[in-house]
Design a protein around this ligand. Structure first.
Ligand code: KG4
Ligand code: ZN
Length: 330
């Protein structure tokens, strides 16, 4: 008999469902939410309402694309946290109801662990132990991955996440939300000719709040001299911001690789979709003699495929939860 898992992801502003058969992703459907762009960030109330509207069609489509029947599903997985409580509630409630009505085992998944295990959705797969720089809208972590379900966070941000650094900098430039992909696009046309001050943080931790503040003062200063500064230099400003963030990330990743003597190095999370970061990792990897692992785009940003992959390893270990389970936002 096949193991077929239906996985649901609804932690932030993407509603996603995936079907995985014996460890292989058959479908991975993601519905984004346009509603937040005009507010410059995710509005939790709008997000949970949109999840409610999207979840049934998204699950239906995932099942249809996988070419399976609902009755073939053997387990249901969902993101329990971290994330927005209202958003998580929609996915959690849906998964519980589905499991209850079909009499299926239920698997809860940690969203950050799933970003790391997204590397096992496709080849090439890293071998253990490896280091994973997990960079998203809410988190920035260096994770020491000892086994599928055995991970240790060895470095983390003390304030903002890398994705927030992109999004907040973009907001200062008048770009829409999320600004990360927009900065990436403009940066490709620009030169990083504006030096950005980099924080001096001990150990393997990160800090991005000072970086954002220095961009604010830099822009204020330049706009006072030339009101059209941003318009005239947008590509170069974006290239400079992006390079600053990448420098901060790569410096700590290199330090972690040395400290743990590991040369299997991966990146994951929404910010790992950044073309500059992908290139920087490849270049630094070649220089340091690392084997580097970069997920395909569909497995970088939030998606249920990574939830399904994680759930599969929990399924193999018999790690199920009961109907009393609730979301765990933090
Ligand atoms: O993992 P993710 O989809 O959701 C969270 O779990 O937070 O990450 C979203 C973050 C946002 O901050 C977004 O701006 C950033 O990933 N992001 C990017 C790019 N694509 C998404 N940042 C820089 N360059 C990109 N190409
Ligand atoms: Zn995420």
């Amino acid at each position: 008999m096949h193991t077929i898992i239906l996985a649901i992801e609804s932690s932030c502003d993407d509603t996603s469902a995936a079907i995985l058969q014996d460890g292989v992703v058959l479908s991975n459907v993601v519905a984004g939410q346009e509603a937040h762009a005009q507010y410059g960030g995710v509005v939790p109330e709008l997000a949970s309402r949109a999840h409610q509207a999207h979840i049934i069609p998204v699950v239906d489509l995932a099942i249809k694309k996988a070419g399976i029947a609902k009755s073939q599903i053997t387990a249901v997985a969902f993101t329990r946290g971290p994330g927005l409580i209202g958003s998580l509630l929609v996915g959690t409630s849906f998964a519980k109801s589905f499991a209850l009505s079909f009499g299926l085992p239920l698997i809860e998944v940690n969203h950050m662990q799933a970003h790391v295990l997204a590397h096992f959705a496709e080849d090439p797969k890293p071998s253990f132990p490896f280091l994973c720089l997990t960079v998203s809208g809410g988190h920035t972590q260096i994770v020491l991955v000892k086994d599928y379900l055995d991970m240790e966070v060895v470095g983390t941000t003390l304030d903002d996440a890398a994705g927030e650094a992109f999004d907040k900098s973009g907001k200062l430039l008048g770009l829409g939300y999320p600004a990360g992909p927009l900065i990436d696009r403009y940066a490709q046309e620009g030169t990083p000719r504006f030096p950005m001050p980099l924080p001096e943080i001990q150990g393997l931790d990160f800090s991005f709040s000072g970086f954002k503040t220095s961009i604010l003062y830099f822009l204020k200063r330049e706009i006072a001299l030339n009101p059209d500064f941003v318009e005239q230099n947008l590509a170069d400003i974006c290239a400079s911001i992006q390079q600053g963030i990448i420098t901060i990330l790569m410096k700590k990743l290199r330090k972690a690789a040395k400290q743990y003597q590991i040369n299997e190095i991966a990146i994951a999370g929404g910010v790992s979709a950044n073309s500059g970061l992908r290139q920087a990792l490849t270049e630094l990897g070649a220089q340091e003699g690392w084997n580097t692992y970069i997920p395909a785009f569909q497995y970088c940003t939030d998606n249920a495929g990574m939830i399904a992959v994680t759930a599969y390893y929990k399924y193999l270990k018999g790690e199920f939860v009961g109907q009393e389970v609730g979301p765990y936002p933090r």
